[in-house]
Design a binder for this molecule. Sequence first.
Ligand code: ADP
Ligand code: ADP
Length: 228
Amino acid sequence: EEVLRLEALRKVYKPGTPLEQEVLHGIDMHLCRGELCALVGPSGSGKSTLLNLIGLLDAPTAGELYLLGRPTRGLQDAARTRLRNEAIGFVFQFHHLIPAFSVLDNVLMPLMIRQGRPAAEHVERARGLLAEVGLEGFAARKASELSGGQQQRVAIARALVTHPALLLADEPTGNLDSRTADAVFELFRRFNARFGCAVLVVTHDPRLAAGCQRQIELVDGRLITYKA
Ligand code: ADP
Ligand code: ADP
């Protein structure tokens, strides 16, 4: 079952100006349910740009992007936001937790944004995910009181609380020491296997990339695909 399909996707920054720059030159790829895929490539090759397009945070210049079979190019902002909130979970290098909020409220945030006060079953779901990432006893603590690795675990629980079909992670372990990075990455593997969500993770760590079933590489805005 296809979660994501990109067809001839192009991105030009500052079109029509002297600073015009084509960063993605026609990307074709697809991602199915249950796939764990690493996106690698040198700095400046367009990885973040591609992730922003896939996350519906930015619009392509040309080409089409299908999410859950739906074409997204023509979507109005409200529909785009709805589809993003419904289908995609994000984990960033810097977790963007709200430091003064409790760990539990941080995890509930995507659901609260979607529908205001969380229902009891959503609180249960958030607590369940906190247990899964090994932070059962931390629900009432302020996010700012946790270590970097613990905060990244909270960010993963938050990304999964909406049951997204696609989990996008941009250098999620870039800020962590290698042991903590391994443990955090192991969570992606576990949730990928357990929930069958497609996971696309940008990483500079060849060891972590090698642990993914699929690896794709961006070089100068073009995709090179390796068969696992
Ligand atoms: P990577 O994530 O692989 O390091 P990026 O997608 O961040 O690559 O950047 C690719 C190229 O696009 C770089 O030359 C960068 O300067 C340029 N770029 C990225 N974001 C923007 C932007 N918002 N406006 C203009 N140029 C950008
Ligand atoms: P709910 O949370 O909706 O009360 P469950 O947690 O039992 O119900 O999950 C319902 C279904 O959603 C299960 O099939 C499970 O595989 C899937 N699921 C549960 N948690 C997640 C998650 N975080 N991300 C994606 N799918 C999930």
